[in-house]
Design a protein around this ligand. Structure first.
Ligand code: AP5
Length: 223
C-alpha cells in the first residue's frame, strides 16, 4: 500500500501514522522529522533549513524532492510506504508521480485530514513532544506543571519552536496557499479520501480504516 497523509499543521498526521505503519507493515517517510534530524545532527542541510522552518515557510522543492527520491530508491519501500508531510506543493506532487512512474508503483490513496483553522491553532498551542521517543501529548492550560515529563520514558517534554502562535499562523497560511491545491490535484486522479480530522483520535482512525478497506486485497474465503 502506497499512502499519503495530507493535512494542515496539527491536523493529526503524526498521531495517525503509527497504526497505519503497524497495520500495513510499511515504512513511514516523514519529511518534517527527517529535516529535524538533520538539524539535530547539525549537518549543512540542517543549518540551511533551520531558519526556513523556524519562520514557518517551506523548504525549497528541489531539496525535498532529492531527499524523497533517494528514500524511495531504498528496497524497504518496494512493499509500500506512508508519506507524511510530502508532497506539499504541486511541483513536489508531480515530481513524486515521475519518481513512481514505473510498473506497479503509484500512489494508492491520499488521506486528507480536514480540520478548521481554530482547532489547528488550539491543538498546536498545547502540543508537547518527547525528545527521546517522539511521543506527542496535548496538555490544556492548567494541566501543565512546570517541565512536564514523558509518561513512557521520563524525558522532559518540549514545545516545537514552530508551534509559537505567530509561526503557526504562517504555517497555516502557507498550507492554504501552497499545499491545499493538492486536494484538487489528487481528487482529479481519483485518489483523494477526505476524513473529518476533528473527530476524536479513535474515530479518525476508524474512519481511515473504513476508507482503506476498499484498497485491501479481498480475503480468500475458500481457503
Ligand atoms: P512537519 O513536521 O511535516 O509539520 P506539519 O505538517 O506542520 O505537521 P505537524 O507535525 O505540526 O502536525 P501533525 O499533522 O503531524 O499533527 P499531530 O499529529 O502532531 O513540517 C515542519 C516543517 O518542515 C514545515 O513547516 C516545513 O518548513 C518543513 N517541511 C517538511 N516537509 C516539507 C516539504 N515536503 N516541503 C517543504 N518543506 C517541508 O497533532 C497535533 C496535536 O493535536 C497533538 O498535540 C495531538 O495530540 C493532537 N491531536 C491529533 N489528532 C487529534 C484529534 N483527532 N483530536 C484531538 N487532538 C488531536
Amino acid at each position: 500500500m502506497n499512502l499519503i497523509l495530507l493535512g494542515a499543521p496539527g491536523a493529526g498526521k503524526g498521531t495517525q501514522r503509527a497504526f497505519l505503519v503497524e497495520r500495513y507493515g510499511i515504512p513511514v517517510i516523514a519529511t518534517g522529522d527527517m529535516l529535524r534530524d538533520e538539524r539535530k545532527a547539525n549537518t549543512p542541510l540542517g543549518r540551511q533549513v533551520a531558519p526556513i522552518m523556524d519562520r514557518g515557510d517551506l523548504v525549497p522543492d528541489d531539496l525535498l524532492i532529492q531527499i524523497v527520491r533517494k528514500r524511495l530508491q531504498q528496497p524497504d519501500t518496494r512493499r509500500g510506504f506512508l508519506l507524511d508531510g510530502f508532497p506539499r506543493t504541486v511541483a513536489q506532487a508531480s515530481a513524486l508521480d515521475q519518481i513512481l512512474a514505473e510498473p506497479g508503483r503509484a500512489v494508492d490513496a491520499v488521506l486528507y485530514l480536514r480540520v478548521s483553522r481554530q482547532v489547528l491553532i488550539d491543538r498546536l498551542a498545547h502540543r508537547y513532544v518527547c525528545p527521546t521517543c517522539g511521543s506527542v501529548y496535548t496538555f490544556q492550560p492548567g494541566e501543565v506543571r512546570q517541565g512536564p515529563r514523558c509518561p513512557k520514558d521520563g524525558a522532559q517534554l518540549y514545545q516545537r519552536p514552530d508551534d509559537r502562535p505567530q509561526v503557526v499562523a504562517r504555517r497555516i497560511d502557507v498550507f492554504l496557499q501552497q499545499t491545499a491545491p493538492l486536494i484538487d490535484y489528487y481528487a482529479r486522479q481519483g485518489k483523494l479520501e477526505t476524513i473529518d480530522g476533528q473527530l476524536p483520535v479513535e474515530q479518525v482512525r476508524a474512519a481511515i480504516l473504513r476508507k482503506l478497506k476498499t484498497f485491501e486485497p479481498a480475503q480468500d474465503v475458500t481457503a
